[in-house]
Design a protein around this ligand. Sequence first.
Ligand SMILES: Nc1nc2c(ncn2[C@@H]2O[C@H](COP(=O)(O)OP(=O)(O)OP(=O)(O)O)[C@@H](O)[C@H]2O)c(=O)[nH]1
Ligand SMILES: [Zn+2]
Length: 187
Amino acid sequence: MKVERAIHDLIVALGEDPDREGLRETPTRVAKMYGEIFSSLNHRPEEFTNYKVFHVDEQPEMVLIQHIPFYSMCEHHFLPFFGYANVAYVPRNGRVIGLSKIPRLVDFVTKKPGMQERVTTELVGELQRILDPQGIAVTIVARHMCMEMRGICKAGQFTYTDKFTGDFHDRQDLRQEFLQQTRQTQC
Ligand SMILES: Nc1nc2c(ncn2[C@@H]2O[C@H](COP(=O)(O)OP(=O)(O)OP(=O)(O)O)[C@@H](O)[C@H]2O)c(=O)[nH]1
Ligand SMILES: [Zn+2]
């Protein structure tokens, strides 16, 4: 209700007519939309991400989910930034999580106002907390609408961020394998 009222007031403040046909239901629609794209707000990570941990007797060198699409909103302008995340980890003592949980984690850290750097480090932080693996690699490539449709107005630029911990930080061969495997990723 508060968001609906705020959007109604915004429409008026922008000089539009909140009662014209196309805008009449807009406050309700936008409130519903924010509920969807900011669905991680007001959730503590621990309650949202208490995923089951499985054990495998023999573990692979790395588990990599690549090209995970995401949409988020920049906290500076409330405009979208979107792209792909690549997430890998080296299990410790055969401890793994369900594959679907990695894209779920990406959704969790992107469905709130944020910055690409924080999305990158929060992904690492959450995976560390859940699995305490021997190493984590995260790369993100994204386009930022606040740089494309306003301000500096440069379309088609890609912003790349990464973070490597543990084995991915210490072992160049492993990091190279990860980077080679994910090289094609664009948004
Ligand atoms: N580091 C970082 N910056 C971001 C991200 N998303 C948007 N920004 C930047 O946040 C900055 C906000 O800067 P301000 O100077 O306060 O805002 P502004 O006057 O609208 O800046 P301009 O975009 O340069 O017009 C801008 O430079 C944006 O490009 C992000 O994910 N990471
Ligand atoms: Zn922005």
